[in-house]
Design a protein around this ligand. Structure first.
Ligand code: S3P
Length: 174
């Protein structure tokens, strides 16, 4: 990885972005940026309330603005919202100063991770394997096209996932 670069973790809700980002901080001292959390702090509102009161487009605009701002820092691991790839401009922004790492997981595992909370408006009424599979399919092409590298998070210790990410980044940069 370029000394100054960032790592952008992308992928479907519940694929492990936040968990992996926290471990990258622990293992390698990289600064963590949690996009969803930053947006909630800036807006002083929870994401479901932002969606409900202002709509999805408003949230996506906040996401795009935040990504632009993140370009000024380096050596960060950015845990992106699952929908950042929906806009090509966001992908272009991430590519300017970072590597895009797609984390993947089986729908069954996604369901286990998202089942217990209500903070994802996109999954409202869709917390079942079939709906998650369908939604993943509609996004798959965008995730894969954006990714510099892909790492599965199924059945692996998070530490191994972090090691794999850095190994794969090194491989493409050598
Ligand atoms: C979204 C994913 C969420 C959050 C918002 C929309 C999506 O982030 O940004 O609820 O469209 O996939 P996580 O992937 O961190 O859950």
């Amino acid at each position: 990885m370029k000394e100054t670069g960032n790592i952008f973790l992308i992928g479907f809700m519940g694929c492990g972005k936040s968990t992996v980002a926290a471990k990258m901080n622990q293992m390698y001292g990289m600064q963590v940026v949690e996009m969803d959390q930053m947006i909630e702090e800036q807006q002083k509102m929870r994401i479901p309330d932002i969606f409900e009161q202002y709509g999805e487009k408003y949230f996506r605009d906040l996401e795009s603005d935040l990504l632009k701002k993140l370009q000024s820092a380096s050596n960060q691991v950015v845990s992106c919202g699952g929908g950042v790839v929906l806009r090509e401009q966001n992908v272009a922004e991430m590519k300017k100063n970072g590597r895009i790492v797609l984390l993947t997981a089986k729908p069954e595992n996604i369901l286990k991770r998202v089942r217990g909370n209500d903070n994802r408006p996109i999954l409202k009424g869709k917390k079942n394997v079939q709906d998650i599979t369908e939604l993943m399919e509609t996004r798959r092409e965008k995730y894969e096209a954006a990714a510099d590298l892909i790492v599965s998070t199924d059945d692996k210790p998070v530490q191994d996932i972090c090691i794999e990410i850095l190994q794969k980044i090194k491989r493409i940069e050598d």
